[in-house]
Design a protein around this ligand. Structure first.
Ligand code: COA
Length: 348
């Protein structure tokens, strides 16, 4: 039995904010941001947009692809997506910024708007590793249920709403977006010759670093109190250097383990799709691993760090550009707030 990706989709807000746009508002520069992160721009959602809105859009793109929709009229796309949604057994949505905290899950909101009546729905909290954890969770649940066949895995983030826009150390790093894949349990082999789909996985976490990337307010540890005036809404606080050091090590270790556990060399991998946090993290990990940088796909220049959405957005861009050929071995690797990390090997 194989867990194959049947469709991909993405949704990115239209509003593009360049480094120069930011430099007009805070004490930063295009040169600093590019040289320290590789970021050139980010896309920022409007005030009325929430996590489920971007998630729904990415989901419809992915579902319509499975139904053979090839672009054009949006109404037809939504009809194709609605039809495909009827066969979903599961929706797993990874996010750090759900529509509302606690309940309902954003996955339930998406399930309703898609009309996916047969689908179970749940959110995953694993920071920027959310999509890797989400895909793994979905694959496990498909395997565990005899009649379950199809899952939708979404990463959707609006970190612009969880950012302190006066903190130049964090606000330049993040962007909004969503990506989705349709995962299907098929009769193809997952081992040996002709293997397909998800063939390898590494998951881990280092909770001792939880304080290095954290949103402190709003939870049960530090709830808002009646009558309290909030200076800055809940926002990400980060120890950049500590996260950087953790990320380079977790990145390199995950790649090494994925290769070793599968008994393959890096030359067998067609492309590595990393979480897009910082081009320098990718470069440093590539150097440690002795892997040429060309092996890594980077689109951080355009979207910045979209957390759990960054890998599915990248997969969709690559897929639609025809850069993922049937049989290609693709490695994904992610790390993030918590501090979880992980990666997958996928035969496309
Ligand atoms: N523009 C201009 N200057 C900035 C700046 C900005 N946006 N942000 C920080 N600086 C300044 C600092 O104030 C500091 O100035 P000082 O030397 O006068 O005090 C200087 O740049 C160096 O700051 P530092 O924090 O040491 O920079 P750095 O080289 O560590 O790079 C990060 C900062 C955030 C880019 C880097 O630590 C990083 O990428 N960390 C990982 C973050 C990440 O990926 N998080 C998400 C994980 S999923």
């Amino acid at each position: 039995m194989a867990m194959e990706i049947r469709g991909t989709g993405k949704a990115v807000p239209v509003r593009r904010v360049s480094n120069d746009d930011l430099a007009g508002k805070i004490d930063t520069s295009d040169e600093w941001i590019r040289s320290h992160t590789g970021i050139g721009a980010r896309h920022i959602a409007g005030e009325g947009t929430a996590c489920s809105d971007l998630a729904l859009e990415a989901a419809r793109e992915a579902l319509a692809m499975t139904a053979g929709w090839e672009g054009g009229d949006r109404e037809n796309r939504d009809l194709a997506a609605a039809e495909a949604a009827k066969s979903l057994d599961l929706i797993v949505l990874a996010t750090a910024g759900p529509d509302v905290y606690g309940c309902p899950s954003t996955a339930c909101l998406v399930q309703d708007r898609l009309g996916a009546r047969q689908a179970a729905a749940m959110d995953i909290t694993a920071g920027c590793t959310g999509f890797v954890y989400g895909r793994e969770t979905a694959a496990g649940l498909l395997l565990a249920g005899k009649t379950r066949k199809r899952a939708l895995v979404i990463g959707s983030e609006l970190l612009s709403k969880l950012t302190n826009w006066d903190d130049r150390g964090t606000c330049v790093l993040f962007g909004d977006g969503a990506g989705a894949v349709v995962l299907e349990k098929t009769g193809a082999p997952s081992e040996g010759p002709g293997r397909r789909g998800l063939v390898g996985s590494v998951l881990g976490a280092d909770g001792s670093g939880a304080d290095h990337l954290v949103i402190r307010r709003g939870g049960t540890r530090n709830p808002f109190k009646a009558g309290e005036t909030v200076g800055i809404p809940p926002h990400i606080e980060m120890n950049g250097q500590a996260v950087y050091n953790f990320a380079v090590k977790a990145f390199a270790d995950t790649c090494r383990r994925l290769l070793a556990e599968d008994g393959i060399g890096v030359d067998d991998v067609a492309l590595i799709v990393p979480h897009q946090a910082n081009a320098r993290i990718v470069q440093a990990a590539a150097k440690r691993l002795g892997i040429p940088e060309e092996k890594f796909f980077l689109n951080i220049g355009e979207y910045a760090n979209t957390s759990a959405a960054s890998i599915p957005i990248a997969l969709d861009e690559l897929n639609r550009a025809g850069r993922l050929k049937q049989g290609d071995l693709v490695m994904t690797v992610a790390f993030g707030g918590g501090l979880p990390f992980g990666g997958n090997l996928i035969v496309w």
